[in-house]
Design a binder for this molecule. Structure first.
Ligand code: M6R
Length: 361
């Protein structure tokens, strides 16, 4: 039931404050500035022995994994990366006993992810699941894991589940960090940041009327460029996928630092850029990239913590802890994709050629 909403996509975007609250509920341990993840099935000694983390997923779940890998590397100082599960399973990867594998999936039924899990298990690896659908195939095949508790997601285009996946990765990163090298103070700082998320999400969603206007303004684009750096880059990739899926506008995502190595040639007024510009130590670098785009008469829509004078428009989002900012910066871009699709009259909940869960190869 969509209630007062015209589409499931809109309903699911609007539910995110509650969804995040559910992901946090009962898991925070203030006494030790950490979290309890009941189903993880990885004791402290095993967790300290992890030398690498490899995250596997497809589509949006893969993008959540990219943010997750950065969080685990930053907070737990374990080298981590994400890879599309489909690529991983076809390249005969080295399966290393000291690597912790994490399979990410909303449905828990995506064939490429399931097949990667099965192959890893055959080779004796430890595989955790980060899954939304309780009791799904991937949840059953993995050794343990975290339910992301986003609630049912009906729209083919994933929104609230992405957000809850990233929050769940923050919990995993905090947990691993606190039994390794993360200080009490940093644990506390992250917990306080997590607690602020639901309210900040509500604040972002209250800006919908403004985002709708921006969507109408940019809906004539032939193609759109999405840029970000480090924490902002997977946010840009996910926002680009969201726009493509639901509006059918072509979009590219690049690290801002790569612009001058090629994609700058595409910049012209018909190809606007969405720039992810957090107020972090890369702010000046991001400003320089926006300047280069302006010099080629490209239009810029920035998502930032303060009005950006180099951009034509800025969507201002509330600031959290730098490690958690990616969770918030993607949310207005879900609304941008939704309103762009609405303006263009697209079939929002069931984009052409796509299925909610891809259970075939
Ligand atoms: O159910 P899963 O999370 O495993 O699905 C993975 C992808 O198929 C999924 O994220 C897809 O990219 C969505 N259409 C994204 O909106």
């Amino acid at each position: 039931d969509m209630g007062a909403h015209d589409t499931y996509m809109h309903k699911e975007i609007s539910e995110q404050a509650d969804a995040v609250d559910r992901a946090l509920r009962g898991r925070i341990d203030d006494r030790f500035s950490t979290v309890h993840l009941g189903g993880l099935n990885l004791d402290a000694r095993e967790a300290r022995g992890v030398r690498r983390v490899k995250i596997l997923g497809c589509g949006t779940s893969y993008h959540a994994g990219q943010i997750g890998a950065q969080m685990i590397e930053e907070l737990a100082r374990i080298p981590s990366d994400a890879e599309p599960a489909s690529e991983f399973r076809y390249r005969n990867p080295v399966v290393d006993p000291d690597t912790l594998y994490v399979a990410v999936s909303q449905s828990g039924e995506t064939y490429d992810v399931l097949a990667a899990v099965q192959e890893l298990k055959r080779k004796g690896a430890r595989v955790l699941g980060l899954v939304n659908v309780v009791g799904s195939a991937i949840a059953r095949e993995t050794d343990g894991g975290i339910y992301v508790h986003a609630g049912p997601e009906v729209c083919v285009v994933s929104t609230k589940c992405f957000t809850n996946m990233v929050v769940s990765f923050a919990l995993l990163a905090l947990h691993l960090g606190r039994i390794r090298d993360l200080s009490v103070a940093d644990g506390k700082r992250i917990i306080e940041g997590l607690r602020r998320l639901p309210e900040q999400i509500t604040e972002i969603l209250e800006n919908e009327a403004e985002i709708k206007k921006l969507a109408e303004l940019y809906a004539d684009a032939k193609s759109m460029m999405f840029i970000g750096r480090v924490r902002g880059y997977p946010v840009a990739r996910e926002a680009s996928l969201k726009l493509k899926e639901v509006s059918y506008i072509h979009a590219e995502a690049y690290p801002a630092s790569e612009l001058k190595h090629g994609p700058l040639a595409l910049i012209e007024p018909a190809m606007p850029t969405v720039a992810i510009v957090p107020d972090d130590d890369l702010l000046e670098k991001n400003r320089a990239a926006m300047e280069e785009i302006k010099a080629r008469s490209g239009r810029i829509l920035a998502v930032a913590h303060a009005e950006q004078e180099k951009a034509d428009h800025t969507i201002v989002v509330p600031k959290n802890e730098p490690e958690l900012d990616p969770i918030l910066m993607g949310i207005p871009l879900q609304l941008l994709a939704y309103h762009t699709a609405l303006t263009l009259g697209r079939d929002i909940d069931k984009p052409r050629n796509l299925a909610k869960s891809v259970t075939v190869e």
